[in-house]
Write a protein that binds this ligand. Structure first.
Ligand code: SF4
Length: 197
């Protein structure tokens, strides 16, 4: 970890606004760089991996530590494309902090001490070709993480259409939140499911 540096878009404290930890005071670490290219993306300033600010990992960890909240949300950009995601997560784990990582789920995640993956698969209305936004090995890996927590044994994701994907992930979300499917939040606009260790 010593000497590692990474490109950061911004670091700020706020309240987690979505998912199982909604309402939790959190430090958000927005990493720079995303190649997905959703047409409606509201953080296009985070796309270019060369922009943002180069920051020493040790300095970033001290900044997070000084911010106060125990929950850290690593977001982007696309964290799974960031070369220093592993060292960052390991460093946060050592602090220690509870770690969430927000991702579009377009790459196979490493074996990292992430407490909660917030996976938001992109649908056709993102304008991104399906082969770039629905990567079967990555989805399978996240499904494995979910299954390991006995949340969604019956999710069938590989090679399904967007509609089936939404239905499958809605079912998974219902199980996660312990709700009946009809009571679950509608997820068709933004497929979002989360896992916790
Ligand atoms: S994956 Fe996220 S950061 Fe990347 S373009 Fe889509 S919405 Fe924006």
């Amino acid at each position: 970890m010593r000497g590692e540096s990474l490109r950061v878009s911004e670091v700020f404290s706020s309240i987690q606004g979505e998912g199982p930890s909604v309402g939790t005071p959190s430090v958000f670490v927005r990493l720079q760089g995303c190649s997905v290219g959703c047409t409606w993306c509201d953080t296009k300033y985070s796309w270019d991996a060369e922009r943002g600010e180069e920051r020493a990992l040790e300095r970033l960890l001290q900044q997070v530590k000084g911010a106060g909240p125990q929950n850290v949300v690593v977001t982007g950009g696309e964290p799974l494309e960031h070369p220093a995601l592993g060292p960052l997560v390991q460093g946060l784990h050592v602090l220690p902090r509870r770690i969430e990582v927000e991702t579009a789920g377009i790459a196979v995640p490493g074996d990292l001490p992430v407490d909660q993956w917030n996976v938001s698969l992109k649908l056709a209305h993102s304008g991104v070709p399906s082969e770039r936004r629905l990567v079967a090995p990555a989805i399978e890996r996240f499904r494995g993480i979910v299954q390991g927590q006995h949340i969604a044994r019956d999710v069938e994701i590989a090679q399904c259409s967007d509609k089936r994907l939404v239905e499958a992930l809605n079912a998974a979300a219902c199980k996660y939140f312990g709700q009946q499917q009809q009571d679950a939040p509608r997820l068709s606009g933004r497929v979002h499911y989360a896992t916790s260790r």
